[in-house]
Design a protein. Structure first.
Lengths: 114, 110
């Protein structure tokens, strides 16, 4: 079975630009979460979506937005990019939105902002 | 601020030894606890989940949870060089919002 797939794998953008990252969950998984991981730190929660509804939002500015589609895939959008947005962006999926449904991460999108 | 604390390491152990990784957390209401392994340049890989007090074993891995002490640990028996990685402790603070520690780097020498 295919795991969580993310695209693109790498991306280089300039300050002020906008970026869209894409994620396809494991087949049958309805919950998708997004995390940001900067070098040397653990991943930090950005969003969680379940059944196309936003269930949680982390401490990120409004420049970050996301959505989930009827097929449960998801997009993360970041506007007005800053140098500090350079990070590994991770998408994770789980079968349910419950405490005992572990998250499985994709390979991530490495974003570099110059 | 809900926090998860880990010793950044590196924790160095010889091949075949037991590696012990520790984690403390601040949110007493947390119900779910996870250990992820992350190789350099790769994404986190789930290796253990634990939801109730006590021990949970899976192959060479044992997770231990003590909610009263707000403490989670991971034991790796018969450590192999391929276990060398960063181990991330994660705590679910509600609605699958995981709070991660900064990770402990484990080095297993042949």
């Amino acid at each position: 079975d295919a795991g969580v797939t993310q695209s693109p794998t790498h991306l280089i953008k300039t300050r002020g630009q906008q970026v869209t990252l894409r994620c396809s969950p494991i087949s049958g998984h309805k919950s998708v979460s997004w995390y940001q991981q900067v070098l040397g730190q653990g991943p930090q929660f950005i969003f969680q979506y379940y059944e196309k509804e936003e269930r949680g939002r982390g401490n990120f500015p409004d420049r970050f937005s996301a959505r989930q589609f009827p097929n449960y895939s998801s997009e993360l959008n970041v506007n007005a990019l800053l140098l500090g947005d350079s990070a590994l962006y991770l998408c994770a999926s789980s079968s349910e939105s419950s405490y005992n449904s572990p998250l499985h991460f994709g390979n991530g999108t490495r974003l570099t902002v110059t | 601020q809900k926090e998860v604390e880990q010793n950044s390491g590196p924790l160095s152990v010889p091949e075949g030894a037991i590696a012990s990784l520790n984690c403390t957390y601040s949110d007493r209401g947390s119900q779910s606890f996870f250990w992820y392994r992350q190789y350099s340049g790769k994404s986190p890989e789930l290796i253990m989940s634990i939801y109730s007090n006590g021990d949970k074993e899976d192959g060479r891995f044992t997770a231990q949870l003590n909610k009263a002490s707000q403490y989670v640990s991971l034991l790796i028996r018969d450590s192999q060089p391929s276990d060398s990685a960063t181990y991330l402790c994660a705590v679910d603070t509600g609605f699958q919002k995981l709070v991660f520690g900064t990770g402990t780097r484990l080095l297993v020498s042949p």
